[in-house]
Design a protein around this ligand. Sequence first.
Ligand SMILES: CC(C)(COP(=O)(O)OP(=O)(O)OC[C@H]1O[C@@H](n2cnc3c(N)ncnc32)[C@H](O)[C@@H]1OP(=O)(O)O)[C@@H](O)C(=O)NCCC(=O)NCCS
Length: 234
Amino acid sequence: MSPTNTFKFRPATLAAGDDRWFVEAWDSTLPYLASIGSTSQWQYIPSNLPGAVSKVKKMVEDSDLSSQKYPISSPEVLSEHGVPPLDWDKAYVAEIDIKREDIPIALADRYSNEQGEIVTIPVGAMVLQGRSPEYVRSVIPEQDEKDPFIFLAFLMTDHRAGKLAKGSGSALLNIAKEEVKRLGLKRLCGDCWRGNGRRLVGYYDGQGLKAIGDFDVPKNEQDSWEGAVTEWRA
Ligand SMILES: CC(C)(COP(=O)(O)OP(=O)(O)OC[C@H]1O[C@@H](n2cnc3c(N)ncnc32)[C@H](O)[C@@H]1OP(=O)(O)O)[C@@H](O)C(=O)NCCC(=O)NCCS
């Protein structure tokens, strides 16, 4: 059995170039998705899609702005109705410290200028938001005064890092749950693709995020992207 990886966490920032790494890591998930029969989850190479690249940049930028506006996660951030502000955003990076000689081949070029015996590399990323995205609105509202939540807008690991990234997604979900509690809330929602026999829904279920409703986003006249909304309660 391989030893469990130990991760460190920090906010993602434009200053650290995390938006660029984020897109590279997103690209790296596509061969994995193809290998498990989930090509339709994320069909196009994100770095080739201007929309995806600017979406990632905006997520990191919004997180930068939000951490200036709401530097501490506490119930004081919530509105008088007890809901998080719609412009509350938090992007996280999970990192791991490794010996320079253990840098995976797929990342060797990226870290070729690193000095020192120990190198810190990002292996996972997550984006949390104070609102749900529009495409899940048939299942949950943008925000809910009666049952407020934080929304998991993005989660992925860098597949170039191989075994070093394993478990970083789950560790980031634990950070998300802590964040929900720090804000004085009790609910974390998210969404995922439900194709390929609901395999990814099963992953989230194992992490405590239970499916609460399905939705379909039309891609064209014949086809739609099949999603499920998930929920964890403190
Ligand atoms: C989902 C993810 C963040 C989980 O990270 P993690 O907690 O560190 O766990 P692992 O990467 O070790 O994956 C654990 C298991 O989850 C399942 N899994 C992961 N991604 C999956 C996906 N997209 N579809 C179906 N199953 C998936 C697999 O069974 C995997 O086991 P395997 O490595 O033996 O194939 C990461 O696997 C990932 O980036 N997947 C691809 C991108 C993705 O689907 N992100 C979620 C979008 S909602």
